[in-house]
Design a protein around this ligand. Structure first.
Ligand SMILES: NC(=O)C1=CN([C@@H]2O[C@H](COP(=O)(O)OP(=O)(O)OC[C@H]3O[C@@H](n4cnc5c(N)ncnc54)[C@H](OP(=O)(O)O)[C@@H]3O)[C@@H](O)[C@H]2O)C=CC1
Ligand SMILES: CC(=O)C(=O)O
Ligand SMILES: [Mg+2]
Length: 413
């Protein structure tokens, strides 16, 4: 473990500190180059953009640039450690945008006093970018922040921990239930956590067929039920009219457990209470709600997923955010709407059912991957994710009327 810690710190500090840098896309060697790049040549695109703001897409990097913006209040499952401590995660998201979707991305860590301060800061710089990926902002503030920024910005604003997580969870869940021979409409679902990821995951599962009254959501105080008087408006939506109060009460005979809360909160004894053939998504990072070896030791009929790269079935928003932004930016979508989210769900789930390319097997270090309990969702390094998700999302943007330009010819062919 300490060896891995050393490796991780070395990775982040060598050969240069951090994980991202900026590269030039134009020559800047000669006097002529500089005259074009800077004064006097730069005045020409300035005049063009002043005359028509859409020209920013033609003459600057705006259209290929996503800002990853946080206040560091919910850094993975590590909690509220502040903006600066969140920087490695945000640089990590920028790395993933570039590696998987060719999008330029920069991290912005915002110190602020009030939620309004944060909203104003982001709204005031938004036009610099093609899109804004909000990251690791805790609930309930994240809901108000995202709503206000969507209203105030003309570019897509997407809280990854809500919607990226929800899209990947829904794709994995629909596939896992299919493998287990269960239907989403009948599934009894326990959701441990009632924050950003939890609320969005459950809302999207409902859009995919789950019944609200079949969902038991829990926060630190236990089951969210109709007789509690301490619920914010977002938790209120999941208040269940039930006498059940504890995790043990609700997990008995449940078909599904979704953990988006914190480390080691689900005991093997609790897992044993679930219905036959359960689905367990222990998605907290870096440490899941239950260790997969403990879970598999407790029962052999479950499908298990975590948010981590080092176990089978990685349910993590990395399978979504690079690709959904690629599709959205390529048609200059003004928003990322439900149609685009559902298109991403379907694209992700369909890839898992197809034969896996040799390069993916090699990168995963395995001989075989076949749709089933150990493979319900594609691997992040699968090269099909980019064309398939981006195209599905871009098409959905065009069809739902939020695209400002048509799909480029032969897009992602
Ligand atoms: N795999 C993936 O792709 C992703 C995983 N996650 C993981 O989900 C977790 C939550 O993230 P996020 O929603 O952004 O954070 P939030 O801060 O918005 O929400 C955290 C929620 O977890 C609840 N919680 C914390 N500890 C406990 C506990 N001991 N028992 C019950 N509930 C608890 C909190 O309860 P209360 O409301 O009472 O404070 C809160 O509702 C993190 O671990 C994160 O790593 C998040 C996004 C993506
Ligand atoms: C994966 C991620 O975004 C998180 O755990 O917060
Ligand atoms: Mg996150």
């Amino acid at each position: 473990m300490s060896d891995f810690r050393e490796q991780a710190l070395h990775y982040h500090s060598h050969p240069v500190p951090g994980k991202i840098s900026i590269e030039l896309t134009k020559p800047a060697e000669t006097v002529q180059d500089l005259a074009l790049a800077y004064s006097p040549g730069v005045a020409e695109p300035v005049r063009e953009i002043a005359a028509d703001p859409a020209n920013a897409y033609k003459y600057t990097g705006k259209g290929n640039m996503v800002a990853v913006i946080t206040n560091g209040t919910a850094i993975l499952g590590l909690g509220n450690l502040g903006p600066l401590a969140s920087k490695p995660v945000m640089e990590g998201k920028a790395l993933l945008f570039k590696r998987f979707a060719g999008l330029d991305s920069i991290d912005i860590e915002v110190k602020h006093k009030t939620t309004e301060d944060f909203i104003n800061t982001v709204a005031n710089i938004a036009d610099t970018f093609g899109g804004i990926n909000l990251e690791d902002i805790k609930a309930p503030e994240c809901f108000e922040i995202e709503k206000a920024l969507i209203e105030r910005c003309s570019i897509p604003v997407f809280h990854d921990d809500q919607h990226g997580t929800a899209i990947v969870t829904a794709a994995g869940m629909l596939n896992a239930l299919e493998v287990q021979g269960k239907s989403i409409e009948d599934a009894i679902i326990v959701c441990l956590g009632a924050g950003a990821a939890a609320v969005a995951c459950m809302e999207l599962l409902i859009k995919c067929g789950a019944l609200r009254e079949h969902i038991y959501m829990l926060d630190r105080k236990g089951v969210i039920h109709t007789r509690r008087d301490d619920l914010n408006e977002y938790k209120q939506l999941f208040a269940n009219n039930t006498d059940k109060r504890t995790l043990q009460d609700v997990i008995a005979d449940a078909d599904v457990f979704v953990g988006v809360s914190g480390p080691n909160l689900l005991a093997a004894e609790d897992l044993k209470l679930m219905a036959e053939k359960p689905v367990v998504f222990a998605c907290s990072n870096p440490d899941p709600e239950i260790d997969p070896s403990l879970a598999h030791g407790a029962r052999n009929d479950l499908i298990m997923a975590t948010g981590r790269s080092d176990y089978p079935n990685q349910v993590n928003n990395v399978l979504c955010f690079p690709f959904i932004f690629r599709g959205a930016l390529d048609v200059r979508a003004s928003a990322i709407n439900d149609e685009m989210k559902i298109a991403a769900v379907e694209a992700i789930r369909s890839i898992a059912k197809e034969p896996v390319p040799a390069e993916v097997l090699k990168a995963a270090g395995v001989d075989k991957l076949e749709f089933g309990a150990q493979y319900i969702i594609p691997k992040p390094m699968d090269p099909r994710l980019l064309p398939r998700i981006a195209k599905a999302v871009a098409l959905a943007a065009v069809e739902s009327g939020v695209a400002q330009i048509d799909l480029p010819e032969n897009y992602m062919a």
